[in-house]
Design a protein around this ligand. Structure first.
Ligand code: ADP
Length: 494
């Protein structure tokens, strides 16, 4: 009987279940989207029950449709949208409010008020994060403050808090656990001790008894109850999406780095066993704890990555499909001096300018749609380079190559340009689903499906390597012009 690993990939817009074999190849996959709720401007919620139900449904379907019996699943790994908060009744497992999603900005004012009490540096030092509405902590406080009676019930031990991993785990196994890659995104977790922190809990008024117990990323989280699949299946690995992708990309050594080109871009560098706190508002995060202590990563993101291509498609109507951009970009020799700075929602690291708005420079009578499309693709690479430069500054060393994944990494022009502008090889892995794969690897490593990280690393195969072709002088000139374009963008204020 051939055995497999099942990854449950609970993302922001859909739940997926993916079956992997011993070579790390995808055998089968199922996906279901779920509703997004926007009850007020800037607020984003999910129905926690719909998240759970859709996750269970895709897991059942992927087994059934492919004639895979639950006994064939050696273990299950979970990866999930991070920072999203669910609170539920301990006795019934019923959510007390919709899940507040990572994107939700409802606690922005709360963050400013907390900052005024002078705890900004303490929070930064202990958590490696920024005091921002993005992270879980203030969302938990918001629920405790705003759901009638919740605070009192929480004090009495009747309420559980969890990020999405915990929420799924509690319902599937009955265990109220989490692990460090998720816990470290809450503002309640101390990076240095690897545990919840009383001082942080005090600042956010969160009672300790709502919190899940923290287990290693790779370990035994309990068995999925028989009622779900007809047989018990152990859950042996859990990680937040970006860390799972770092693991799936086999970035196991200090200095290994990956960039995911999705709607936004997420870059992480493995920095080893010491949590360096960024000087540049980047995040320090737990990479994983696979049983021999916590390893850390530096993380940063570009807000508008592949989204600039969606904009070219949906607002400018220059293309019908993102794939067309590659051919269009290659149909011209360069952008003809056009620079596009997609600061649609401000600029992140290293600029941190929330008031900046997008701009296109260098237009002439000769500027064509192809020039603009090319400039849009190049902007993804320039912004990623700016971010990776900042990460390297904090890390204190240069990286020697960059592994890539995500939808837009399929674009060969973009990847070649990325390599040219970074001056290092850009490496595309053969297996595209690195996030789910990372969760599968974590689970399979613990359950003995894979015997070591080395075996997993041997599974990791290169699809394409893009080597830098640009002369150094030319690269410098291009970056100088890009810097000018960003500078000019930031000078424009309405
Ligand atoms: P997410 O996980 O954030 O939904 P995906 O990894 O699915 O994102 O990638 C989708 C993004 O990548 C979209 O923003 C899309 O515009 C962009 N994209 C997809 N294919 C290409 C391509 N061939 N060239 C450039 N961008 C692309």
């Amino acid at each position: 009987m051939e055995r497999f690993i099942m990854a449950l990939d609970q993302g922001t817009t859909s739940s997926r279940a993916i079956i992997f074999n011993h070579s790390g190849q995808i055998i089968a996959t199922e996906q279901q989207e779920f509703k997004q709720f926007f009850p007020h401007p800037g607020w984003v919620e999910h129905d926690a029950m719909e998240i759970l139900d859709s996750q269970i449904k895709v897991a059942r379907d992927v087994l059934k449709k492919n004639n895979i019996s639950p006994e064939q699943i050696a273990s299950v790994g979970i990866t999930n949208q991070r920072e999203t908060v669910v609170m539920w009744e301990r006795a019934t497992g019923k959510p007390v409010y919709n899940a507040i999603v990572w994107q939700c900005r409802r606690t922005a004012d709360m963050c400013s008020a907390i900052e005024e009490t002078g705890v900004k540096n303490l929070i930064r030092e202990k958590t490696g994060l920024l005091l921002d509405a993005y992270f879980s902590g203030t969302k938990v406080k918001w629920m405790l403050d705003n759901v009638p009676g919740l605070n009192e019930r929480a004090e009495k031990g009747e309420i559980c808090f969890g990020t999405i991993d915990s929420w799924l785990l509690y319902n599937l196994t009955g265990n109220h656990y989490t692990e460090p890659t998720n816990a470290c995104r809450t503002l309640l977790f101390n990076l240095h001790t690897g545990d919840w922190d009383d001082e942080l809990l005090d600042i956010l008024n969160v009672p300790r008894n709502v919190l899940p117990e923290i287990k290693p990323t790779c370990g035994h989280f309990g068995h999925i109850k028989k009622e779900f699949f007809g047989e018990e299946i152990p859950i042996c690995g859990i990680a937040g999406d970006q860390q799972a992708s770092l693991f799936g990309q086999a970035c196991y050594n200090v200095g290994d780095a990956k960039n995911t080109y999705g709607t936004g871009c997420f870059a992480l560098i493995n920095i080893g066993k010491k949590p360096v706190i960024s000087q540049d508002k980047l995040l320090t995060t737990v990479a994983w704890d696979i049983g021999d202590g916590i390893e850390y990563a530096l993380e940063g993101s570009v807000f508008i990555g592949g989204a600039v291509i969606q904009w070219v498609r949906d607002q400018l109507h220059m293309i019908e499909d993102a794939e067309e951009t590659e051919k269009m970009a290659l149909s011209v020799e360069n952008t003809g001096g056009v620079y596009l700075v997609p600061a649609f929602v401000g600029l992140g690291a290293p600029y941190w300018d929330s008031r900046a708005r997008g701009a296109i420079f260098g237009l002439t009578r000769g500027s064509s749609d192809a020039h603009i499309v090319r400039a849009a693709l190049e902007s993804i690479a320039y912004l990623s380079r700016d971010l990776i430069e900042a990460l390297q500054q904090d890390f204190g060393k240069r990286i020697s190559s960059l592994k890539v994944d995500g939808g837009a990494s399929k674009n060969k022009f973009l990847m070649q340009f990325q390599s040219d502008i970074l001056g290092i090889p850009v490496i595309q892995s053969e297996l595209p689903e690195t996030t789910a794969l990372g969760a599968a690897y974590l689970a399979g490593l613990h359950s003995g499906y894979w015997d070591s990280k080395e075996t997993i690393k041997n599974n990791w195969r290169i699809k394409n390597t893009f080597k830098p072709k640009q002369e150094i002088i030319k690269r410098k000139q291009m970056i100088e012009k890009w810097d000018k374009a960003v500078d000019a963008t930031r000078h424009f204020r309405v």
